[in-house]
Design a protein around this ligand. Structure first.
Ligand code: BGC
Length: 414
């Protein structure tokens, strides 16, 4: 094999998947805080709601058959806590049966499930007791985790305890875009991320006691902040932003300990980057002005993206010495040709990072089907598969076919 050929191939056993979240695709998920939030006027773009979403709760077989058609060998999905435990301490056996069917069907299709236990939604009973900022939040989550571990664990391939604590906390407590819709509550943000850290540690223990060989981690939203210039104050601005927004849910200095003791792998979601400049006129923004990177394309989320940043963020993880799964990466755009280019170039950068010595074991594209993009509703599209909003008919986009070919070849096209 020539060097050039070798550079286009991924390691044997590489996981090729897509990622999704229950509330964004299932539909009729009424028992969670997001459902209530959506009913408040002005919360969601165009007044969209998750009422039907993609009706994946009933059409999961069709969706998984499409994944099979795209040669996927893995899929990341979440189990909806508010369905399994609709009232505190009461578990719904019918919903357990449903998720056994869901995970069983994935397995029958030859697709390994990565199961997320919390992806932005919480039961109403939990939210009404203060949700993730309440002092005992982590222990409130644990009975659900234990139940899933007992009842579904035999079908799970990899576990992802919690999705993106920093983004969840910032959107819910600082920017007001997610329930509970609080703004500027930095103390709340800190409570949320530290409670989620505790919840992750407790969940790690609960899973490992029963399934010691199953890899367990969480998904961390990995941003990239670049200094606007070489000046010291701009470098400070970038480092400060990175420190505040791009952290595992840990207190300063704890990163290594937590990764070493309760993460079998590092999961990262990477989408975007921004520049940071010191700005004395912005005391309310910690004297930092953030803006999109000049010359880089801006996605429908309003943030700049560049495939080469994937190599940079992966290399930041190298010294932690753990296997890495890219739990999410994708592009918010209606321009599917751009999505195809972005996928190929991002994956080329994943290969470069593997060459640099980062132990990347899998890539989960966000997302398979266009779906309910939280506060942005259905107008922001990340999917490899289009979903007609009236008929809910699914159509694979050219980017989906391309991704399917890459997965089948375990290599990039020449
Ligand atoms: C979240 C997804 C979301 C995606 C695109 C991630 O931070 O985990 O739920 O749809 O970003 O915004």
């Amino acid at each position: 094999m020539t060097d050039a050929a070798r550079a286009t191939r991924f390691p044997e056993g590489f996981l090729w998947g897509t990622a999704s979240a229950a509330h964004q695709v299932e539909g009729d998920n009424r028992n969670c805080d997001w459902w209530e939030f959506e009913q408040q006027p002005g919360r969601i773009a165009n007044g969209d709601t998750s009422e039907i979403a993609n009706d994946n709760y009933h059409r999961y077989r069709e969706d998984f058959a499409l994944l099979r058609q795209l040669n996927q060998n893995a899929h990341r999905l979440s189990i909806e806590w508010s369905r399994i435990e609709p009232s505190q301490g009461e578990f719904d056996a019918r919903q357990i049966r449903h998720y056994r069917d869901v995970l069983g069907d994935l397995r029958e299709q030859g697709i390994e499930p990565m199961v997320t236990l919390h992806h932005f939604t919480s039961p109403i009973w939990f939210a009404s007791k203060g949700g993730w900022s309440a002092p005992d939040a982590a222990h409130g989550f644990l009975p659900f985790v234990r139940h899933v571990v007992d009842q579904l664990g035999d079908l799970v391939g990899l576990w992802c305890t919690i999705n993106e604590p920093t983004i969840y906390g910032a959107n819910g407590w600082v920017f007001g875009e997610f329930p509970p819709g609080r703004k500027g509550d930095v103390v709340g943000l800190y409570s949320v991320t530290s409670n989620m850290r505790k919840a992750h540690e407790l969940a790690y223990g609960a899973i490992k006691r029963k399934w010691p060989d199953a890899p367990v981690g969480l998904s961390h939203h990995k941003l990239l902040f670049l200094p606007a210039s070489d000046r010291r104050r701009d470098r400070w601005a970038a480092q400060t932003s990175q420190m505040v927004l791009d952290r595992w849910p840990v207190a300063p200095g704890q990163l290594r300990r937590i990764v070493e003791s309760t993460c079998d792998y590092i999961g990262i979601a990477h989408y975007w980057g921004q520049m940071c400049a010191f700005d004395a006129r912005r005391p309310r923004d910690q004297f930092i002005r953030r803006f999109n990177v000049p010359g880089r394309p801006v996605t429908d989320m309003g943030l700049s993206a560049d495939p080469s940043w994937m190599r940079t963020v992966l290399n930041e993880l190298r010294e932690l010495g753990k296997p890495v799964y890219i739990t999410e990466n994708g592009l918010a755009t209606g321009d599917d040709e751009w999505r195809s280019r972005y996928i190929t170039e991002t994956l080329a950068n994943v290969l470069l990072a593997i060459g640099d010595g980062v132990d990347v074991r899998g890539y989960f594209h966000w997302t398979n089907t266009d779906n309910f993009e939280w506060a942005r509703g259905y107008s922001t599209r990340f999917g490899l598969i289009d979903v007609d909003r009236k008929s809910l008919e699914r159509t694979i986009k050219p980017s989906g076919h391309l991704y399917g070919r890459i997965a089948a070849a375990n290599a990039l096209p020449d």
